[in-house]
Design a protein around this ligand. Structure first.
Ligand code: CA2
Length: 154
């Protein structure tokens, strides 16, 4: 088997995702952040991976968590929330740690307001799951782990 280092993923949820399940169910559904974190942990466990989860409304907290992942995680699943569309520093943190990244959006950002159409994270992510609801996080985990375990990955 490919030597991948640690079988742990970092799950990052950005600003306001702590409100999941409390309002705007027509856009984000009724599942909560706890449901997201459980979904990701179960999907990862199915492949023998564990998960460290962080959600914050503060950009610097997210960046510190991404930096910390460099030493003990083999990939990052991230829904940056609104920072997707604004944050060069979050993008720089992701590219700086050089871990494989899966970008997830619960809603179909391509079908929403034009300011949601651009992602600063998209081209530093290898996996993109958009508009698949909370199950999209599990899809992202599976695709990311396949990539991590791929013998052809540099
Ligand atoms: O669709 C997604 O997952 C988003 O990343 C969610 C962000 C939004 O800014 C992105 O354009 C797309 C917003 C997260 C806020 O989530 C809430 C959930 C329930 C109630 C209020 C906010």
């Amino acid at each position: 088997m490919t030597d991948i280092g640690t079988r742990r993923l970092l799950l990052v949820n950005g600003p306001n995702l702590n409100l999941l399940g409390t309002r705007e169910p027509e856009i984000y559904g009724t599942e909560t952040l706890a449901d997201v974190e459980r979904t990701v942990a179960e999907a990862a466990a199915g492949h023998g991976f564990e998960v460290r989860a962080v959600q914050s409304n503060h950009e610097g907290v997210l960046i510190d968590a991404i930096h910390d992942a460099r030493t003990d995680c083999s990939g990052i699943v991230i829904n940056p929330g609104g920072l997707t569309h604004t944050s060069v520093v979050l993008r720089d943190a992701l590219s700086g740690v050089a871990l494989p990244v899966a970008e997830v959006h619960i809603s179909d950002v391509r079908a929403r307001e034009s300011f949601r159409h651009h992602s600063y994270v998209a081209d530093v992510a290898s996996v993109h799951v958009v508009g698949a609801g909370v199950p999209g996080y599990a899809q992202a985990v599976t695709a990311l782990i396949e990539l991590i375990l791929s013998p052809t990955r540099c």
